[in-house]
Design a protein around this ligand. Sequence first.
Ligand code: SAH
Ligand code: SF4
Length: 361
Amino acid sequence: MPSDTEKNDAAANPAAQRRDLHTLTHGELAELLASLGQPSFRAKQVEEWVWSKNARSFDEMTNLPKSLREALAERLTLGGAVEVARQVSSDGSRKYLLRFTDGVSVECVGMPSRSKLSVCVSTQAGCAMGCAFCATGAAGLSRSLTAAEIYEQVMHVRDDFNSRVTSVVMMGQGEPFMNYDATLAALRKLNDPDGAGIGARHLTVSTCGVIPQIMRFANEPEQFTLAISLHSAVQRTRNALMPGVRKYSLINLYNVMGEYVNKTGRRPTYEYALIGGVNDTDAELQALCDFCEGTLVHVNLIQLNEVEGSKFRPSTDLRAQDFVRRLAAVGVEATVRNSRGSDIDAACGQLRQRVIGRRSS
Ligand code: SAH
Ligand code: SF4
């Protein structure tokens, strides 16, 4: 549910009454322009400004008549996410809290390294899946984002770094596969040479394991990358950690991932946040080895980011190395991923929790 602050912001925001241009389909835009007496080529012109030139105001659209620019500005908004907070990490990562016109807010992160710029975006404001270790899960779902709102986060980071974005991961707030259509539309726009032009393999979706959508994703023609949040290969532990996917058993997940690999030939990633005494025991490690052995997969181990008020603690680095070694012994490649920007509340949902929590308290 939105916090009181968010509801008040929405009520106070007149722009929330207008639709955002980014959310219009080509047909809807063409219809609107026709109703304003415009020739059919205008839709393409407007779309070029929006998607290729990333125009932030109608005034910038200098090849449109002034009267049309004014008419569009009266009827539509153009993006309009406002940065309401930011944190800058000692490793150069920047985390932003963006607020949309109806008052809901999401996080995105820019992570530079040498000539590369990775961006982590949210697909929903909040999340309904309720994972026990996740700050976003604790807050519940406000609403799903539109494709334009997902795309806009990437553009915001790009503009702030003034640099080309080389990869995008959908690992911010929300469960992308509970917002499948908007996620796919955003991925396509990010991939489109007339959009951000990022190669499909550099566009990664992370899911907690919504099985029907994994198969749907496998059948998409693009070579997008898939990450699965596994976090335990023991059913009882996974049920406790990830109650939102309890109905999709590990056996089903195992089978569907086999089909995914057969169908796409691509190697998925399993995300595994190490939680001391919970999913880092010998029995858990053995179950993880059994789950992965003989399959095409890469295991990403990450130390849990501590969430305020949570009982869970990260594992030790020594234990993480044990996991890497044991997985390697059964032929499974695993790496311990650094949590980029862990000094800036980088774990999913933490900046939002801090800002929204503080404002409404
Ligand atoms: N909902 C999707 C994508 C967003 S979460 C999913 O769950 O995959 C992105 C990643 O951050 C997931 O792998 C998630 O499990 C992980 N994550 C969430 N909270 C975390 C925490 N406190 N520490 C480490 N990783 C966390
Ligand atoms: Fe949602 Fe992912 Fe957080 Fe689970 S880990 S609550 S699926 S955002």
